[in-house]
Design a protein around this ligand. Sequence first.
Ligand code: NAD
Length: 349
Amino acid sequence: MRKESRMAGKAGIIMKKIAAIVLSCMMCISLAACGSSDKRRTGTEAEVRSGDTAENSVTDDSAADTAGVKDGSSFDLEAGTVMLNSGYEMPILGIGMFRLSQSEAENSVYWALRDGYRLIDTAKIYGNEEGVGKGIKRAIDEGLVKREEIFVTTKMWTDDYDDGTEAIEASLRKLNLDYIDLMILHHSQPENDVDAYKAMEKAVKEGKLKSIGLSNYYEPDDFDRLVKATEITPALLQNETHPYHQSMKMKEHLKQYGTVMESWFPLGGRGNTQRLFEDETISEIAKAHGKTSAQIILRWHLQAGNIAIPGSSNEDHIQENYEIFDFELTNEEMERMTALDKNERFASY
Ligand code: NAD
């Protein structure tokens, strides 16, 4: 990460934070609107399956002002980072831990950190937070990285929403960390996700979490429901996003909050990668650059303003997926990739 951009960013952040505090105080006094008044959506996890079909219905600019950042796609492709609305810098390419065993997670995290990755994505429900913690410790003990140079994300599972504080403590214990860089709620769950989010807000104040966000909120109204009922604007939304499901409507909606999109299933996910890898357009672009289809898709994510966290336990794939900072897709190639969008999700949740 470049020092000067980091320093300039920090000065800006302090100003933004002051502005945010003043603005949120004004909002509370004048509108008495710090609590939730939006009880419109009462669906379950299954109902979120419909994807990005809801109309963009938000006109409330106050949250955007509070966030202090209007453009959520301000990626620094040279440094490989993005400044979050929380004031923390986040790497835009990382490694995902879904379906990895404890030992696979440990080795994959270690290899990734050795290869230059600085972002790791896991979750309580993956059952490998201990392995992730061991991989991080191994890399730190060997002097490959320092704790402050890496960015660890985990997710709170829906069963834990009624006792978010204990869930946060459990993740800290399993990861063997003093703080978590980003914790996100794994799924929308209107009956108690606000309570869970408030537990994360409390942990931010206590220094246990640096940034907080959401995952699997596919309807703008549902995202706004949680935003209106809570104080800290989500720094990030992690949704299924890949060339066949580009999440355009949700990304457009997030801009007003300075919230960035992170892609899960960036390569299509297990069982679907070949469809994307063999896509004619992607294969042609790969051939033109002397890169693999996986590398083209990942580079597209970054240039499109999506943080990408490809999952792998294969040492060669982990290395391959990080070798995407030495080439660039042209505008014409980006347009061809955009044209692949089918609004087609591969997962059913
Ligand atoms: P993915 O799109 O990253 O694809 C993973 C598959 O691609 C694996 O089978 C892997 O072996 C293969 N692969 C990876 N690199 C390759 C390469 N260079 N060449 C050929 N094959 C390659 O899917 P994923 O891992 O499920 O998703 C990424 C991450 O997103 C997960 O690991 C997890 O951290 C996160 N995730 C979050 C949610 C959520 O609900 N929030 C859901 C699923 C995944």
